[in-house]
Design a protein around this ligand. Structure first.
Ligand code: 4NP
Length: 155
């Protein structure tokens, strides 16, 4: 049996974008039968132990994704040895991860939307309610692209 792909999704608080990425990718991977080990984490520690933001949970439920069991944690240097792919939601997350990345870390660090529309997943935390659905749109497209990439790179 093929080894599971291990993927860690990263945002700032780990209560909006990266838990949504984890939940969306999990659902899509399950449909394709690809074996994956997933987690998400934040570069900041304010929300450690908290469930996802209820606005994100509601928007996700509306689109068929259940994020309710997820709990926030902070990214750790050890993650760079555990995960094959570490995916940043925005440039600020990417810069913070580059600073944390150990020279002998084995993870490949990328922007999530490199697999979708390009650019950043905007932080919905201080924005209006439409921001959460927009985040889901971007993450669904990028999740499809990431699945295609993984299938192509590991026949
Ligand atoms: P996330 O959103 O990075 O997508 O989880 C945020 C959540 C919390 C905060 C900022 C962004 N905050 O400042 O507490």
């Amino acid at each position: 049996m093929a080894k599971a792909h291990t993927i860690l999704f990263i945002c700032l608080g780990n209560i909006c974008r990266s838990p949504a990425a984890e939940g969306i990718f999990k659902a899509k991977a399950a449909k394709t039968g690809l074996s994956v080990t997933l987690d998400s984490a934040g570069t900041g520690a304010w929300h450690v132990g908290h469930p996802p933001d209820e606005r994100m949970v509601r928007a996700a439920v509306g689109r068929g994704y259940d994020l309710s069991a997820l709990r926030a944690r902070r990214v750790d240097i050890g993650d760079f040895y555990v995960y094959d792919h570490i995916l940043a939601m925005d440039e600020s997350n990417y810069t913070d991860l580059k600073e944390l990345q150990p020279p002998d870390g084995t993870a490949t660090l990328s922007m999530m939307l490199d697999f979708g529309s390009g650019g950043e997943v905007p932080d919905p935390y201080y924005g209006g309610p439409d921001g959460f659905d927009h985040v889901i749109d971007l993450l669904e497209e990028a999740s499809d692209g990431l699945l295609r990439h993984l299938k192509a790179s590991h026949a």
